[in-house]
Design a protein. Structure first.
Length: 132
């Protein structure tokens, strides 16, 4: 990660790999929850295409996480490079400076909301279909 030291805090310009692994996990969760709507015929084809698109997004996030790991292995490890420390430090985005926790929430929250929402919709659909 690129860090700058300002007033006893570190300012990061990149996300740690843990963020990318969380994105990967949420993408897999989303793909599984989408299959809860699968029926037969054309619906199965549409679900397969959507799952393929999600698989590409998950693969890209995983590749970025692996690239971050390789960069750290080459000696550019951040000082006190724990994820917990990053959450408390600053993060420099193109719109301004945020805390690491705020930046993580802004990146993870939309995908988490969609994953949970799709899971709830699939559960409600199955309860409706089975007449519970």
């Amino acid at each position: 990660m690129l860090y700058e030291r300002r007033r006893n805090t570190l300012i990061s310009h990149e996300f740690p790999r843990e963020i990318y692994w969380i994105i990967t996990g949420l993408g897999i969760w989303l793909a599984i929850s989408i299959w809860g709507f699968c029926g037969s015929g054309f619906t199965a084809l549409v679900m397969a295409i959507i799952s393929l698109l999600i698989a590409v997004a998950v693969a890209l996030a995983s590749l970025v996480a692996l690239a971050t790991r390789r960069r750290r292995a080459r000696g550019s490890e951040a000082p006190d490079g724990s994820f917990r420390r990053w959450l408390g430090d600053g993060f420099e985005a193109h719109t301004g400076r945020l805390s690491g926790a705020a930046a993580a929430i802004q990146v993870i929250l939309p995908l988490a909301a969609v994953s949970v929402g799709m899971t709830l919709f699939a559960v409600v659909r199955h309860l409706d279909v089975f007449g519970a």
